[in-house]
Design a protein around this ligand. Structure first.
Ligand SMILES: Cc1cc2nc3c(=O)[nH]c(=O)nc-3n(C[C@H](O)[C@H](O)[C@H](O)COP(=O)(O)O)c2cc1C
Length: 200
């Protein structure tokens, strides 16, 4: 796959699926404009309906829009690599999972798994609304826990930048070259009929 071009490469499905799955991707070129509150809330609404173990709904989303007082708190969590482009996000989200059942105190073994499902609903809804939604692990998890008052028994999972897509020209050259949808493994590299393959 050529690295020196930002020309979009075709993503090809091996089997017919809804095109939205293939067309969702993680852009970095963002306009820096504010997002209306109700448009952002629609993303959390989509996440709300994700399935979870025992309907435990362990996902928690902390957020700041760029026009809100908490914005610098969220922005300052990002590592340098993400600062370079995510400063132009319209909203930053910290995704947290509750690792224990609120009522019984018992561990929620699939809390991260369930929260991942909710994050994907959020990302796909954003894509369907024409927004860029870009997941991030490159941030200070401990600072997020401290500065955003995340209680014990909760895991800081990831962050996400939500914004309006812009031209790749707004990006520094190195990021501009990488600004395109990525390929994926072939199905036969991760789907195994009947058990784990013997020679893998
Ligand atoms: C949990 C998670 C963490 C990620 N962390 C970062 C990050 O810190 N910085 C970044 O630029 N992209 C990050 N990404 C974006 C991935 O690199 C991207 O989703 C992956 O390369 C697939 O590309 P696509 O989403 O465009 O299909 C992250 C994605 C996820 C889901």
């Amino acid at each position: 796959m050529p690295e020196e071009t930002s020309a979009p490469l075709p993503r090809l499905a091996e089997y017919p699926i809804d095109h939205e799955f293939i067309e969702r991707w993680s852009p970095r070129a963002l306009t820096g404009q504010d997002i209306p509150q109700e448009d952002l809330m629609a993303l959390f609404e989509a996440a709300r309906w994700a399935p979870s173990n025992g309907n435990s709904q362990p996902w928690r989303f902390l957020y700041a829009r760029r026009t809100q007082p908490a914005w610098p708190l969220f922005r300052d969590l990002l590592d340098e690599g993400n600062h370079r482009w995510a400063d132009k996000a319209s909203a930053l989200i910290v995704v947290v999972s509750a690792q224990k059942n609120e009522k019984t105190g018992k561990p929620l073994e699939t809390a991260s798994y369930d929260t991942g499902a909710a994050w994907m609903s959020l990302a796909l809804q954003g894509h369907l609304k024409g927004l860029a939604v870009h997941g991030m692990a490159g941030f200070d998890h401990e600072k997020a826990r401290r500065d955003l008052r995340v209680p014990d028994g909760h895991r800081v999972e990831a962050m996400a930048a939500v914004g309006y897509p812009d031209s790749p020209d707004v990006l520094p050259e190195d990021l501009r070259k990488r600004e395109r949808p990525k390929e994926r493994h072939r199905l036969d590299q991760f789907v195994f009929q009947g058990g784990w393959p013997e020679h893998c």
